[in-house]
Design a protein around this ligand. Structure first.
Ligand code: FES
Length: 177
């Protein structure tokens, strides 16, 4: 029996098919490698002009404004704000949110803290710092007032924006900018 390998070049159509398949494989591989890189430079959706983001719950789902606005005045609602920072929103009057949100990071060593409605204070459990309802220090060792963010309700969404202007509690530039 004679085994012979044809020594002529593959036919033109076969060569074109191989070139096409090779090119397609390279394109798919390159595309899948570059896609995450390209995504890095695309701004995330749900970011408004001015760096605003939607207030989210602990699972990362946007919180409908109607859900929080249904709470009684004086309620403090904890949401995930800018960069996921836990942030307190305040029901000022029935159906309206304070435009000032307070970030739940103690300015001493960064502990999170609860709102105590009986004492009307934020009370840090780590070293005993106390803050008034606007986030001003009542008792240290916390050295600075709590960080602020802007809060705005549009339709049924709650938007959180960076606070870069004067801190109304001190009359000075915010320490966090
Ligand atoms: S971290 Fe809050 S008092 Fe120390």
């Amino acid at each position: 029996m004679e085994n012979t390998i044809p020594d002529e070049n593959p036919s033109l159509s076969r060569r074109q098919l191989l070139n096409f398949l090779t090119g397609a494989a390279v394109a798919v591989t390159t595309g899948s490698a570059l896609y995450p890189l390209a995504q890095f430079f695309v701004p995330p959706r749900k970011v408004a002009a001015g760096g605003g983001i939607l207030a989210k719950d602990q699972l990362g789902n946007p919180i409908p404004a109607s859900q929080i606005l249904a709470e009684p005045p004086g309620t403090r609602a904890l949401i995930a704000g800018l960069a996921g920072e836990p942030t307190y929103l305040t029901l000022k009057t029935e159906g309206s949110l304070s435009p000032m949100g307070i970030v739940d990071h103690c300015t001493h060593l960064g502990c999170t803290f609860p709102w105590n409605p009986m004492d009307q204070q934020f009370q840090c459990p780590c070293h005993g710092s106390l803050y008034d309802p606007d986030g001003k220090v009542v008792r240290g060792p916390a050295p600075l007032p709590l960080k602020l963010v802007h809060v705005a309700v549009k339709d049924d969404a709650i938007w959180i924006y960076p606070w870069n202007e004067t801190d109304p509690r001190t009359g000075k530039s915010p320490w966090w900018v």
